[in-house]
Design a protein. Structure first.
Length: 180
């Protein structure tokens, strides 16, 4: 493993730590993280490409190319069906119990599984923002990708998460995730 890859993997670990310690609704932690190995990055890129081709979604295919060229990747998910119990109706249901009841009989096998507690989804956004801030502080190029998180969920990699995001990482003379 080259020195840059070692450093990127350390930063990915720091990013996971930032996601874990990010503020969360009611102080309850339903965030799931995973730092991918080189082989897992390759597997994820293939899954992204396959999903994009199967469903005719071009940006999955484009993002798969970025993932394949990445030196590291952090996945962040949330167990969004764990209701916060504040009955805010942000999920679209009358109360938290009604949201939880609506989940009965829902199947997996989709990029995301809903409905989700809006407070838990907000926690995911804050955790992702905290993680990319950490990457930025270490000058590691990154991009938050729905496509990578969706493919990772379909691979079953994020233990009960209902929504996930992938954050591929790169160190090069030009950010590979922009001006694509």
């Amino acid at each position: 493993m080259d020195n840059n890859r070692d450093i990127v993997m350390q930063v990915a670990g720091f990013m996971a730590l930032s996601a874990r310690t990010a503020p969360k609704a009611k102080g309850e932690d339903f965030i799931v993280t995973r730092v991918l190995s080189e082989d897992e990055i390759t597997t994820l890129a293939r899954a992204m490409r396959s999903y994009g081709e199967e469903h005719g979604i071009g940006f999955f295919i484009r993002d798969a190319g970025n993932m394949a060229a990445s030196a590291g990747c952090l996945l962040i998910g949330v167990r969004g069906q764990e209701a916060a119990g504040v009955n805010c109706q942000g999920c679209g249901y009358a109360n938290c119990d009604a949201m939880v009841e609506s989940l009965k009989g829902r199947s997996e096998g989709t990029p995301y599984t809903g409905p989700n507690c809006v407070l838990r989804v907000t926690d995911l956004g804050i955790a992702a923002g905290s993680a990319v801030k950490t990457a930025s502080l270490h000058n590691v190029d990154n991009r938050i990708m729905y496509s990578a998180g969706a493919a990772a969920r379909l691979l079953g990699w994020l233990g009960g998460s209902t929504i996930a995001l992938g954050i591929p990482l790169s160190v090069s003379g030009k950010n590979i995730f922009f001006d694509r």
